[in-house]
Design a protein around this ligand. Structure first.
Ligand code: FDA
Length: 305
């Protein structure tokens, strides 16, 4: 039953019809548990509250799979605005983005132009930018673009997913850039030809890539809500005398808030991924696919309003 629900939510996550309907009508009803608001002002307020508790942030203007050049340019401007708001508000926040929102599916030229605009702003305002990793079909392109831009911009990172067979090779390939990488299990529906179908293998590979990246001496963001992975990281850094400023934990906004604050109290850097905007449907459906029990929180949200 749980497997079926996962499949259903992943199907919904990139369904254009439902995304459109949701954008128009649904925020107050469905989105507010995992999304900080529809506007940058609401998001800034959420960041301020998190910063007060010692949590740092990476801010994400929601959006993906854009096929229209004008929209990709508008989304680029939204990212630049977010960077300015972070700097002007003295917020402890980085920026995360999805390149399909900046025109990755339209042309290489367009996405490079938009990315350079965002990274120029990031450099000017001292805001680090992470390129989220999307589905496997876009993984090689994302890594190639990261390699090119990383040579021009210091403050750039990306994400690798432990469910992909290729990830250990990618980690070694990127090592020469001393990259700051976010490591995750992976959130998209992938075929067994490219990704481990069994959770146990995904988890083993997650531990493996955490180990490799830390031992390569690179900054490592361990992005997970899984106690086993968090405990593994804590023990590994202790055993290998790796200092707390070579790694951080990351979790999504609205998920395991108590654990987030506990990690801060224990002296770890804890970064919260804060999404905002009206293109929240795909993002929320992936959260439900990860944990169908979250449906309950979403339903509670509806009845409270
Ligand atoms: P997983 O879902 O495997 O759960 C393992 C265990 O964790 C559960 O059994 C439970 O014990 C605990 N747990 C999980 N959720 C819980 C909850 N809500 N409440 C209580 N316990 C819970 N993916 C991607 O493909 N590209 C990307 O760029 C990113 N970026 C990203 C950034 C950040 C900051 C995070 C945290 C995650 C991502 N992801 C991502 C998503 C990631 O790939 C993955 O889908 C989710 O993090 C879910 O996997 P977990 O490692 O959290 O544990």
């Amino acid at each position: 039953m749980e497997k079926l629900m996962r499949k259903f939510f992943l199907f919904l996550s990139n369904n254009k019809f439902f995304t459109k309907i949701a954008k128009k009508y649904g925020f107050k009803m469905f989105a507010s548990r995992f999304v900080a608001g529809e506007t940058i002002e609401e998001a800034a307020e959420a960041i301020r509250e998190l910063n007060k508790k010692g949590l740092v942030v990476t801010l994400d203007h929601l959006g993906e799979f854009v096929n229209d050049e004008k929209e990709a340019r508008e989304r680029t401007e939204q990212c630049i605005k977010a960077i300015r708001v972070i700097d002007e508000g003295n917020l402890e926040s980085q920026l995360s983005l999805k390149m399909t929102s900046m025109g990755l599916d339209i042309s290489r030229e367009l996405v490079m132009e938009n990315m350079r605009k965002i990274l120029d702003a990031g450099q000017k305002h001292g805001v680090f930018v992470t390129i989220d990793m999307e589905d496997h079909a876009r993984c090689e392109m994302t890594i190639e673009i990261f390699e090119e831009l990383k040579q021009e911009y210091e403050g750039l990172g990306t994400v690798l997913q432990s469910y992909l067979y290729r990830t250990v090779d990618d980690l070694e390939r990127l090592d020469k850039y001393d990259p700051n990488l976010r490591l995750v299990k992976g959130a998209y529906k992938e075929s067994p030809e490219v990704a481990y179908p069994d959770k146990k293998d995904v988890d083993e590979n997650f531990k493996n890539i955490i180990k490799i990246h830390l031992q390569n001496g690179n900054y490592t963001a361990v992005a997970t809500h899984d106690d086993t992975m968090i405990d593994f990281t804590k023990e590994f850094v202790k055993e290998h005398d790796i200092s707390n400023d070579q790694f951080e934990f990351q979790m999504l906004y609205g998920i395991r808030n108590e654990l987030q604050e506990k990690l801060v109290k224990e002296g770890y850097t804890m970064r919260v991924y804060v999404p905002y905007g009206n293109d929240w449907f795909g993002y929320n459906m992936r959260r439900l696919a990860e944990r169908p029990a979250n449906v309950w929180f979403v339903l509670k949200g509806i009845f409270k309003k």
